[in-house]
Ligand binder design. Structure first.
Ligand code: DQA
Length: 147
């Protein structure tokens, strides 16, 4: 299976950015661990981060008919971007939305997501573990399609 992990704005600052909320692990380190975890599950994993909405949208478009599943932490675009929602719907690739922090325990403006009602599932508040859980769930979902 081919799985794409997409991370949105400011997540390149992981490890340095508000560590009491987002933890001390860097994004590079997380991506490396995810790729090796994926390999044990016969998954080819591509990880990508951008601070730009348009670049993230282009990546989603490029995934069309190539990628089987998307794991996305849209970061602040979660709460603002109808365009990201439309891009995910356009390519019709199942996705799981991940947030490091528990967005529901934070400011009101983080409680709404433009993606959640279209996601296969949403994981938040479990830190970087959430990405691994999402990958596990993606593999389970993809394996049940091909049985
Ligand atoms: C986040 C939560 C968002 O509200 C915030 O804008 C982020 C990160 C998270 O992973 O907890 O940048 O998506």
């Amino acid at each position: 299976f081919n799985v794409l992990v997409l991370n949105g704005p400011n997540l390149n600052m992981l490890g340095k950015r508000e560590p009491e909320i987002y933890g001390s692990q860097t994004l590079d380190n997380l991506h490396t661990e995810l790729v090796s975890f994926a390999a044990t599950k016969q998954v080819a994993l591509t990880c990508f981060q951008s601070n730009s909405e348009s670049v993230l949208i282009d990546h989603i478009h490029n995934a069309f008919e190539k990628i089987d599943f998307i794991i996305i932490n849209p970061a602040a675009f979660t709460h603002t971007s109808i365009a990201l929602r439309d891009a995910l719907l356009a390519v019709n690739i199942p996705f799981i939305e991940v947030h490091l922090s528990n967005v529901h325990a934070r400011e009101q403006f983080r409680h709404h997501s433009y993606l959640s009602d279209k996601a296969q599932g949403v994981i938040c508040g479990l830190g970087t573990q959430g990405y691994f859980f999402a990958l596990d769930a993606a593999v389970t979902a993809l394996s049940s399609f091909t049985e």
